[in-house]
Write a protein that binds this ligand. Structure first.
Ligand SMILES: CC(C)(COP(=O)(O)OP(=O)(O)OC[C@H]1O[C@@H](n2cnc3c(N)ncnc32)[C@H](O)[C@@H]1OP(=O)(O)O)[C@@H](O)C(=O)NCCC(=O)NCCS
Length: 170
C-alpha cells in the first residue's frame, strides 16, 4: 500500500461527506480512471442532478484535503436501496475507504426505512465482486439482471398502446 496514503489515513486527513453536484467532474474523472466501471446513460450531469434531488443525502464522497479519492452514488425507490459507481482512487484502495462509503450509504438507507439493497457487478470485474463478497453481500443465483432502453422502445410497440389506438379509431 502507498505509504503516503497510510500516513494520510493515520493523520486523519481523509474524510467523508455528502456527494454534491460540484463533485461531479471529479467523480467522472475517478470513474474513468478505475477499472471495473463503465460510464453509461444516466451518468450525464443532468441525470445525476435528478438522482441527487430524488435521493438527498445518500450519496457520499471521500476526500483527502480537497481531492476526491472515493465516490458512491446511493438511492432508493421507496422499496429497495441501490448503490452505483462505488470507486476508490487506486492509490487509496485497501485502507477501508470503499467499505466506509458503503457503510455510510447503508446508514442513510436505514434512516430512510429501506430494508434491502441491490447492486450490479459486471461479470468482468472479479476484484469488485471480491470486495462485495468480503463485505458480506450475497450473489443472487436465482436472478438474472436484465435491461432495456426506455427511449428506444417505441410507445406504439406496447400492447396497451395498440389497444388504446384501436379504441380511438372506432
Ligand atoms: C471495489 C473498491 C471500491 C474497493 O475499495 P477499497 O477501498 O479498496 O476496499 P476496502 O479497503 O474498503 O476493502 C473492504 C474489504 O474488501 C476486501 N477487498 C477489497 N478489494 C479486494 C479485492 N480486490 N480482493 C479481495 N478482497 C478485497 C478488503 O480486504 C476488505 O476486507 P476486510 O474488511 O475483511 O478487511 C475499489 O477496489 C475500486 O474502486 N475498484 C474499481 C471500481 C469498482 O470495481 N467498483 C465496484 C463496482 S461494482
Amino acid at each position: 500500500m502507498h505509504a503516503k496514503v497510510v500516513r494520510a489515513y493515520m493523520k486523519d486527513t481523509i474524510h467523508t461527506r455528502e456527494f454534491s453536484i460540484n463533485d461531479y467532474d471529479a467523480a467522472v474523472e475517478l470513474w474513468n480512471r478505475v477499472e471495473g466501471l463503465e460510464i453509461a446513460e444516466g451518468d450525464d450531469k443532468e441525470s445525476v442532478v435528478r438522482f441527487l434531488t430524488r435521493n438527498p443525502g445518500l450519496s457520499r464522497v471521500a476526500t483527502d484535503g480537497s481531492v476526491i479519492v472515493g465516490v458512491s452514488l446511493c438511492g432508493h425507490d421507496g422499496r429497495r436501496g441501490h448503490i452505483y459507481h462505488l470507486a476508490v482512487d487506486p492509490r487509496y484502495q485497501g485502507v477501508g475507504l470503499g467499505k466506509r462509503l458503503v457503510q455510510e450509504c447503508f446508514s442513510g438507507l436505514r434512516d430512510a426505512g429501506i430494508q434491502r439493497a441491490i447492486i450490479l457487478v459486471a461479470n468482468d470485474n472479479p476484484r469488485g465482486r471480491e470486495f462485495w463478497r468480503r463485505c458480506d453481500w450475497e450473489e443472487l443465483s436465482g436472478a438474472l439482471a436484465m435491461g432495456k432502453d426506455v427511449l428506444a422502445a417505441s410507445p406504439s410497440m406496447t400492447k396497451h398502446e395498440g389497444r388504446r389506438r384501436e379504441g380511438n379509431e372506432r
